[in-house]
Design a protein around this ligand. Sequence first.
Ligand code: AMP
Length: 517
Amino acid sequence: MKYALGIDLGTTNSVVSVYRKGKVESLSIEGSKTVPSVVGFKDKDTMLVGKMAKPRVIIDPEHSIVSVKRFMGDRRKRYSIYGIDYSPVDVSSIILKKLVEGAEKALGEKVKDVIITVPAYFTDAQKEDTRKAGEKAGLNVLRLLPEPTAAAISYGLDKGKDQTIMVYDLGGGTFDVSILDIKGNKFNVKAVDGNSQLGGDDFDNKIVDFLIDELNQLGKDIKNDNSKEAKLARQKLKEAAERAKIELSEAQSTHIIIPEILGVSLDVELTLQKYNKLIDEYLKDTISKIRSVLKSARMTPEDIDRVILVGGSTRNKAIKEIVTKEIKEPWISEHVDEAVSHGAALLAASLTLPEQDFSPAGKLEYHDRTGHSLGVELLDERNHPFFRPIIVKNTEYPVQQGILAWTVRAFQEQVRVQVFRGENKDCKLNTKLGELLLSIRNLSKDQVPIGAIFDLDQDGILHFYCVELPINIGEQQIIKVVQHAINNGNFLDVESVRKLMESKMVQFLKTEIKSVE
Ligand code: AMP
């Protein structure tokens, strides 16, 4: 039997699942279904991963690596341990290797094929790094699957009923809300929204601010203090804040006690009511995202058959209340920590097994949509830069789209095309994904047309291509040039350019867009 795994590579814990003997299950690795996403070094030659590494975080933090997921996509981040440098990709690949080896032991088989889940709001760099980590671990990464979609698959498969569900996913650092249509074995994402800068960490920080005010009243002001002591104190406050937050998921009130901090002792009561007030702006933001995702899907709360909660921060009482008030009482999975990896394992099995061996409802199909617009910076008639979406928010992918733009100046030698994601007209307020420098070969006193193609692949990773086109080019010629580009090893999708021509977008763009600088 050739197995394919579903891996939920989490910030704090990871879970591995597999579909076998007609059902999906999480695998026990070193006696537990959740494996801490921790790597530690006992000495230069002894690396520990998972369960064995976790207790060392407290006694030997300098040689322990936690929460590496937060640094995926950060190409400058390095962990230097015993003189060896590790990138976030290296660390994640070590964790993945451990997970797969554990799974192989449980299954008694070698495994190569995996699906790894990622937050819906992961950037391209974060997704690329996740894929790289898998490949570095010697795995064949069939797909990267958005966590909300995975949760929906785990919930919705085999229910024997068509339905529309909302997945509300609030983790440590990101918030996603998605609406999916489930028809038999077909999962269709109708709309997604969210905030990539909102999560449980922000809740902790609000409590920290509150505690800093309390410390101030004891004569200790660290608000604008960047000393080592102040940083250490903030770290202590942060840990206490997270503990208090977690307690308030069960209790009406909690005592935050720090026996020694900056020479004083702190003992403060935090009530649930006060805590909810502290995080009110974030709660309101998630409400507005719930409303906007409904609007994008052209639905009302009555159209939603089920709301599924995913992510550690949904244990927060206020979140359950919000969801109940806005939509309906949320459904909470029996296997809340395993649901995401279950979904990934089901899709992995569906992609690799012969149809008759995957019984839940026949082959699984899913279509996802981008949660944000992707585009470039262009200049308007007055040479003011603005954001021009090429693939707009909520477009189903995989998809390819393109535009034409022009150089600004006579004899311009180079074009710098900057790629952003976001919804703001002002590029500075969007997230920059990268840029491409294109040298102009045929310098001209006239404006030179530039063709740009965005290719959003099945993992939701954007590939961006740019090509210089001859001046006064006609439709037939463009296709020829594109063909030439392809023959010369440059990728460019002929069909996209043809569609572009048919849609008269080129003429439209000629008047709307002046140029790229
Ligand atoms: P995840 O990324 O899904 O693992 O979620 C991690 C976030 O969930 C962190 O901010 C945790 O502090 C938070 N979290 C975990 N357990 C709880 C809980 N019982 N109540 C509130 N927040 C929690």
